[in-house]
Write a protein that binds this ligand. Structure first.
Ligand code: PLP
Length: 394
C-alpha cells in the first residue's frame, strides 16, 4: 500500500475534541451536560459585523483576492493594533490567513528547519510542539509552574537554549493557565532572543481578553520588531471562530516568505469575511469590552466557587477565558476527576495533560457558558466531590 508521509505520525490532536464527543454522546442518551471543555466563546459576532458580511456577499465580494489579504483589512489591522496595543506596524507587515492556527503554521513553515530546536510553554497550546515535530524540528518545553504564578522560569529558558535553538513560541495570556507574562519575563525573553538570534512567535490571540492593565506586546520592545511574529485573529476577541480568520504581523521579508506559502496552498482567505472583519475591528458597538466584562464576572464567580470545592485550588487567571485548577489534593488522577465530573456530574472539562506534562495535576474549564450554568456546574461538582472528600480531610 502507498504510505502516509512520516511527518503526520509526529502530529497530535487536541484533547478537547475527544471530551466533546463523549459529552455529546451522553447528551444524546438524555443526560444534561454543562460544556466547559471547548475554547469557543458562547457569544456571536456583533450585529454590524453580521450585516457587513451579508452586504459583502450581496455586493459580489466573493472573488479571489490578494494572497496576503485585502489591502483595506491589512490597513485596518495595523491601525487596530496601534489603537489597542500601541504597536507600530505597517500594513505591509500584515498577512491575513484563514484562522490564527493557519497564520501560526505558515510562520512556522517559513522559519523552522528540520533539526532546529523550538522552545514552547508547558502547559500550553498543544499545536506548538505538535507542528514543530511535524516540521522535523525538536520541541523543547519550558515550564509554567504554579509556584512561579505560572510565569516562565527565565533561568530554565536560558539553560535550554542551544546552538540549534532557532525560535521561541509563547502565548500571553496563556491557554490554559490564563497567565499574562509579566514585564520582566517579556524583557528577559527579548534579551535572550537578541543574544541568541532567535525568532519569537508571540501568539496574542487572547490579548484583548485581559482583566487588569494594558497589554504589552514583545514586538514593541527595542529591536524586537525585526525578530517577532505576532499571531492573532478574530476567533476569540470577536467571537468569530467559524469564520476562520486570523493574521500574522512580521518583518516584511517574513511576510513575503509566508505569502509564497499562501500562494502554494489556499490562495487567499475568503473575500467577504475579510470585508466584514474590518467592521469587527472598528467595534462600533463596544462588543469586545462588553464580552470581556462578562468573562470577568464569570471568572470571579467560578474561581471563587472552585476554591470552595474540597481538593481544588485555582489562581484567578489574568486573561483569556479558562480556569486552570490544581486537583492534586483529591488524591485522584486528573483523568479520573475529569471522568467523574463528566459521567456523574455532567460537567465537561479537560484533564490538563492535554496541554503538556506540566498539566498532569490540573483540569481546564472554559468560561464559555452563562453565569447561571457556571453556578449549576459548581453545585454539581461540589456534590460529586464527596467521592474524594475523605482523601482531602486526611
Ligand atoms: N492559539 C491559541 C493559544 C488558541 O488557544 C487557539 C484556539 O483555541 C488558537 C490559537 C486557534 O485560533 P483560530 O481558531 O483562529 O485558528
Amino acid at each position: 500500500m502507498p504510505r502516509i508521509a512520516s511527518r503526520v505520525s509526529q502530529l497530535n490532536g487536541e484533547g478537547a475534541l475527544a471530551v466533546y464527543s463523549r459529552a455529546k454522546e451522553l447528551e444524546r442518551a438524555g443526560r444534561s451536560i454543562i460544556h466547559l471543555e471547548l475554547g469557543e466563546p458562547d457569544f456571536h459576532p456583533a450585529a454590524p459585523v453580521v450585516d457587513a458580511v451579508r452586504a459583502a456577499v450581496a455586493a459580489g465580494r466573493d472573488r479571489y483576492v490578494s494572497t496576503r489579504g485585502i489591502p483595506a483589512l491589512r490597513e485596518a489591522i495595523a491601525e487596530y493594533l496601534k489603537r489597542t496595543r500601541r504597536l507600530q506596524a505597517t500594513a505591509e507587515q500584515v498577512l491575513v490567513a484563514p484562522g490564527c492556527k493557519m497564520a501560526l503554521s505558515l510562520a512556522m513553515m517559513a522559519l523552522i528547519e528540520p533539526g532546529d530546536e523550538v522552545l514552547y510553554p508547558d502547559p500550553g497550546f498543544p499545536i506548538y510542539p505538535s507542528f514543530t515535530r511535524g516540521l522535523g524540528a525538536a520541541a523543547v518545553a519550558f515550564g509554567l509552574e504554579e509556584r512561579n504564578g505560572f510565569q516562565p522560569d527565565l533561568d530554565e529558558i536560558a539553560a535550554k537554549i542551544t546552538p540549534r535553538t532557532t525560535a521561541l513560541i509563547f502565548n500571553s495570556p496563556n491557554n490554559p493557565t490564563g497567565t499574562v507574562f509579566n514585564a520582566k519575563a517579556i524583557r528577559k525573553i527579548a534579551e535572550l532572543a537578541e543574544k541568541h538570534d532567535l525568532w519569537i512567535l508571540s501568539d496574542e490571540i487572547y490579548a484583548r481578553i485581559l482583566f487588569n492593565g494594558e497589554y504589552e506586546s514583545i514586538w514593541s520592545l527595542p529591536g524586537m520588531a525585526e525578530r517577532t511574529i505576532i499571531i492573532d485573529g478574530f476567533s476569540k476577541s470577536f467571537a468569530m471562530t467559524g469564520w476562520r480568520l486570523g493574521y500574522a504581523v512580521a518583518p516584511k521579508h517574513v511576510v513575503d516568505a509566508m505569502d509564497l506559502l499562501v500562494l502554494n496552498t489556499f490562495t487567499c482567505a475568503a473575500e467577504f469575511t475579510q470585508v466584514a472583519a474590518i467592521e469587527a475591528l472598528l467595534d462600533t458597538t463596544d462588543a469586545v469590552d462588553a464580552m470581556v466584562e462578562e468573562y470577568r464576572k464569570r471568572r470571579d464567580l467560578f474561581v471563587a466557587g472552585l476554591n470552595d470545592i474540597p481538593g481544588f485550588r485555582c489562581q484567578p487567571p489574568g486573561g483569556a477565558f479558562y480556569a486552570w485548577v490544581n486537583i492534586e489534593e483529591t488524591g485522584l488522577a486528573a483523568e479520573e476527576v475529569a471522568k467523574l465530573l463528566l459521567e456523574d456530574a455532567g460537567v465537561a472539562g479537560i484533564a490538563g495533560a492535554a496541554f503538556g506534562a506540566g498539566g498532569k495535576n490540573y483540569l481546564r474549564f472554559s468560561l464559555v457558558s452563562a453565569r447561571n450554568l457556571l453556578e449549576e456546574a459548581l453545585e454539581r461538582m461540589l456534590r460529586v466531590s464527596s467521592r474524594w472528600r475523605a482523601a482531602v480531610a486526611r
